[in-house]
Design a protein around this ligand. Structure first.
Ligand SMILES: [Zn+2]
Length: 430
């Protein structure tokens, strides 16, 4: 009997030690998530723009002395991608499937950004696929020429279109001493409308600062716990419609709300640590910029926006509202030229355009002033292919929401808020 007991003990021990213990897939994802956050912080030591926000564990913050070579970070990211790909997702519910996809795509973005920093050459489309999980459509010059012909007929006067357009739209510039009052009124309205559909904590808040010498028009610096600092760049004049654009895009229901909701639902309620960091060059940015832009027609459906601007913002700015309908007709046509910016950026990044050609092309096909085109160029120089997140991101978010919600404004809000509260990436919206 003693021998049999001993024999059994040996067999059981052999069985235990010969099989590698299988890690629970959810524990494995938690481990990868922690490594992902640390990788983002390490990437931030090489790229000052990479970590847009971080409110995770204090002890994970790094100092310059902890900087690691780029190639080591690339290798480590690849190991994590391989681990993430091998995870058995059979028993995952929708939330965990989304989490797995998100982490996987975010890791690919970290690797792509590290490779670019390490000098790897990639085309515009290769970069956007890796960084943002999307490839923006290409448009020809003929496409833009057709739109420009429509604008040519719509803008009052004769002669050079750029000059006529500038003269016409200059009538709608907000005087600098009225900027704050106009933005405050726009923000209050966007907040009021958003609160009807989104449950925000009472303490949520942001401050607005006016700055100069930046390549962007405005920026939201999310600080965590539903607090943001929104900076508005006053290098170039702000037209009346920029108030609603900025208030929705940077504030409600845009970046301030999106960051806050992800922090609340993903990081605080579920404890998913990857949502304590916002990696700027990553799929999260396409959803962030796309939903922030699409948030404008969600917040002001139909003629609501024109009505509000005419009745409230024009008087505060001291502007004449009599030509407002013509202004919006022209702005609507101009917005269709938005993809011209992608084409100029694609050609510049692919080495087909010099800086000078980029500026000329944008003046010709985006119908912007030389100063604006130069500001756009400095944006591309700092943020590269990020430009697709605004227009292509908006298109993807719009198509996704309207496919699920139709044209019912209430249902659109419902699907839109669901999108803001879950970790989607671009390829899941298509
Ligand atoms: Zn933005």
């Amino acid at each position: 009997m003693k021998n049999i007991a001993l024999f059994s003990l040996v067999v059981v021990s052999l069985l235990i030690f010969s099989c590698k213990p299988q890690m629970d897939p959810k524990t494995e994802i938690n481990n990868i998530a922690e490594e992902y956050v640390k990788l983002c912080l390490h990437t931030g030591l090489h790229d000052p723009y990479f970590v847009d926000a971080y409110y995770g564990p204090e002890e994970w913050k790094l100092t310059e002395e902890q900087k690691k070579p780029l190639q080591d970070l690339i290798n480590h990211t690849q190991e994590l991608i391989t681990k993430a790909t091998a995870i058995d997702k059979t028993n995952f519910d929708e939330a965990w499937q989304l989490r797995h996809n998100y982490l996987h795509k975010q890791l690919i973005a970290v690797k792509t950004r590290l490779e670019l920093l390490n000098g790897k050459k990639m085309t515009f489309d290769e970069q956007t696929k890796g960084l943002f999980d999307a490839v923006a459509p290409t448009y020809t010059e003929e496409y833009f020429e057709g739109l420009i012909a429509e604008l040519d007929a719509a803008v009052p006067g004769k002669g050079d279109l750029n000059k006529r357009l500038e003269k016409f739209t200059n009538q709608f510039i907000i005087p600098e001493d009225k900027l704050d009052a106009v933005f405050t009124a726009a923000i209050n309205e966007c907040r009021k409308r958003t609160l009807k559909y989104v449950d925000l904590p009472e303490h949520e808040n942001f401050t607005v600062e006016y700055v100069k010498n930046e390549p962007w028009g405005a920026y939201n610096w999310y600080k965590g716990n539903f607090f943001s600092i929104i900076q508005v760049n006053t290098d170039l004049p702000k037209k009346i419609d920029s108030a609603i654009d900025l208030a929705c895009h940077e504030g409600y229901p845009g970046h301030h709300v999106y960051n806050g909701l992800l922090e609340k639902t993903m990081y605080k309620e579920r404890g998913w640590v990857e949502f304590s960091v916002y990696a700027l060059f990553s799929p999260q940015s396409l959803i962030a910029e796309g939903s922030a832009n699409y948030g404008i027609p969600v917040t002001f459906p139909g003629d609501d926006r024109i009505k509000f601007e005419k009745e409230v913002l024009f008087p505060i700015a001291g502007l004449d509202a009599s030509k407002v309908d013509k202004y919006y007709e022209i702005e609507r046509l101009k917005s269709k030229l938005s993809f011209a910016g992608n084409e100029a950026g694609r050609k510049y990044i692919n080495g087909e355009f010099t800086a000078e050609q980029y500026v000329e092309w944008r003046q010709k096909y985006s119908l912007v002033t030389k100063e604006r085109a130069e500001q756009n160029l400095s944006f591309v120089e700092r943020f590269g292919t990020y430009i697709i997140n605004y227009n292509y991101g908006q298109q993807l978010v719009k198509e996704y929401v309207e496919r699920k919600a139709g044209d019912d404004p209430e249902k659109i809000w419902e699907v839109y808020v669901e999108l803001l509260s879950k970790p989607y990436t671009a390829s899941l919206l298509q």
